[in-house]
Design a binder for this molecule. Sequence first.
Ligand code: NAD
Length: 249
Amino acid sequence: MSDLKGRTAVVTGGGTGIGLACARRLAEMGVETILMGRQLDRLEDAAKTIAGARAIRCDVTDEDSVAEAFAAAGAIDILVNNAGIAAAAAFHKTPMADWQKIQAVNVDGLVRCSQAVIGPMLTADYARIINIASIAGLRGGAYVAPYTASKHAVVGLTKSLSLEYARTRLTVNAVCPGYVETQIVENAIANIMAKTGRSRDEAIAELAKTNPQGKLIQAEEVAEAVAWLCSPLSGSVSGQAITISGGAI
Ligand code: NAD
């Protein structure tokens, strides 16, 4: 894969799961990675394990925090909008506050971080935004309506921004994973076990069967697609929502 030496990337929610895997993969390609998230100690521990990485505290739901974090980050070539949360509940019993909490991170946070970098990116010689959406951004799902709506918004934003900035060097793409073995899925497994009385293995099997290949995806597989979308030879690819889901759409 093409070299990205000297480029700088921000990965939001970069201290864990898919974000951390993306930061690791980009660093292997020579990128200086900046891990942004809410827990500075966790981010700093993660950054120590990645060559050339830095950690900056950032809560994507907080306007001042985002402004300060991106000011501290300096010029950015690549933004991986990865920070996200999920929850499962019956739609008609979902309090408005829970709906808003998910949109605040998954949609408003992504908008805020994108707006923080896009201005300078429009005249830059290199610019990439990769949004970590989900297959929930492409199809409906019972008991996950707020999450599904948020990820549809991410895919819609991706398509619109790719057209809006098509005459610049900026490309905007999304990746849409199925269930990936991370903390979000650990929470889903615990939720299934608590609500249905099923065993851990049965809960995992329930999630894995949504993937035609019958398994959970690994964070490194998502990171590989992100790395390609960040690379010079993907410069003609924009506005795409690439599924990483064993064939599920
Ligand atoms: P994760 O919980 O390990 O990662 C989410 C990260 O976002 C965490 O580091 C968390 O601290 C951070 N975050 C949450 N709220 C934040 C905020 N307000 N400000 C800054 N950071 C915040 O789980 P993950 O699976 O690695 O999730 C990463 C992304 O991948 C999410 O957008 C998620 O929706 C998406 N995704 C996950 C799966 C899956 O099955 N795991 C599938 C499809 C998409």
